[in-house]
Design a protein around this ligand. Structure first.
Ligand SMILES: [Zn+2]
Ligand SMILES: [Zn+2]
Length: 386
């Protein structure tokens, strides 16, 4: 909670705010926008911190997987950004689950609540995904993908996307809960991982590194991480990897992973690298009957040895987001300090410097991993000035 505004219900919400909007590909501009109004089952959040995600960079360049009005998100006065945390500053009609002043982080997807997948808890695969424009409002929202996101000062969120944060967790770490939540969803709900199973994570990006941390916290043994950068592999070791493999120095990564797992394939591979060869490597790294989760966006069609998958009864999952409330369970692990997610946070910039923050994340300037922008400095300065 924010003690300064907790329970006051008196937070003065301005009429307009600063918000980044996307023009053409990679054209961001900072504009004034009306502060949105929370509807039923929604709150207004003051966005205190937001992380730049690889998917944001994908969206800014190519549009997908964001879709606004059923089209690519260019020139729609649309605000990207989805990995944010903030403070509740206004409650929508009928909301009594949260109070003004509560600190929360968000998961991305608010399902429609009326389709088969939402009923099953798979709201990140909502059948009404993106159907919330014009006269169409099926209730689905994915802020930063199909509705306005968090690269701005205020945003509305359905209360089913909110995860309460304890005061001890920093704003920056709070933005990483959804990343850990995605790793959690990959490991437990999709992959059914149980303690003692062996895991290999390919690709030490933010989700890969969180997959290492969550797998270890869940009791996986051994946890192996493969990648090309020693500095990131070192962070993997700090987050709980038992072994790391630099594939630049190891010609046969499949053989090496098997060797590290006592001569046989692992139970589960979480593929986070998007390398063209990674899918075939992954299906060869698992043992018979093993599972593979594909968590990275490949940029081209990838050849796959289907016969090997069939012969060996291998399960392959695609993952979308952080379903089945995995984000809540990730926060519970972080609250217990089962791993230190802040190890992957490397840089913070003010909201006005978003393009610099994106460049750092995209080009890995100064070995950047997770880059966070914070609007709060600006917001609190303004409050003080008023
Ligand atoms: Zn993301
Ligand atoms: Zn749905």
């Amino acid at each position: 909670m924010r003690p300064d505004i907790r329970g006051t219900n008196e937070y003065r919400v301005p009429d307009t705010m600063q918000a980044w909007v996307l023009g053409g590909p990679e054209e961001l501009s900072l504009v004034d926008k009306p502060v949105p109004e929370p509807g039923p089952a929604e709150v207004l959040l003051r966005v205190d911190a937001i992380a730049v995600c690889a998917t944001d960079i994908e969206v800014l360049q190519h549009g997908r997987p964001a879709m606004i009005d059923g089209e690519l998100p260019f020139h729609k006065n649309w605000t990207p950004g989805h990995e944010y945390m903030g403070t509740v500053v206004k409650l929508g009609p009928g909301v009594d689950e949260f109070e003004v002043g509560d600190r929360v982080t968000v998961e991305v997807h608010a399902g429609c609540g009326r389709c088969e997948r939402c009923s099953e808890g798979m709201y990140t695969s909502c059948h009404n995904y993106g159907l919330n424009y014009g006269d169409v409002d099926k209730g689905h929202r994915a802020n930063g993908f199909t509705t306005d996101g968090g690269f701005c000062e205020y945003q509305v969120n359905n209360i089913n996307t909110l995860v309460s944060l304890q005061d001890e967790m920093s704003d920056e770490e709070g933005t990483l809960v959804v990343t850990a939540g995605t790793a959690m969803y990959a490991l437990t709900e999709l992959g059914g991982l149980v303690a003692g199973e062996s895991v290999c994570v390919t690709g030490p990006g933010p989700i890969g590194l969180m997959a290492v941390a969550v797998a270890k916290a869940l009791g996986a043994q051994p946890v192996i991480l493969t990648g090309t950068r020693d500095n990131r592999l070192k962070i993997g070791l700090e987050l709980g990897a038992d072994h790391v493999v630099n594939i630049r120095k190891t010609p046969d990564v499949v053989a090496e992973v098997k060797k590290l797992n006592g001569g046989k394939g692992v139970d589960y591979v979480v593929e986070c690298s998007a390398a063209t060869s990674a899918v075939n490597d992954a299906v060869r790294m698992v043992n018979r009957g093993g599972r593979v989760c594909l968590a990275a966006f490949a940029h081209e069609e990838v050849p796959v040895d289907v016969a090997h998958i069939v012969r060996n009864n291998i399960y392959v999952y695609g993952i979308r987001g952080e379903g089945k409330s995995a984000t809540h369970r990730a926060e519970a692990y972080m609250r217990q300090k089962r791993f230190d997610a802040s190890k992957i946070h490397t840089h913070t910039f003010p909201l006005e410097e978003l393009p610099t923050a994106i460049r750092y994340a995209k080009d890995r300037v100064e070995d950047a991993i997770k880059v966070v922008v914070k609007a709060k400095m600006g917001a609190s300065q303004k409050e003080a000035a008023e």
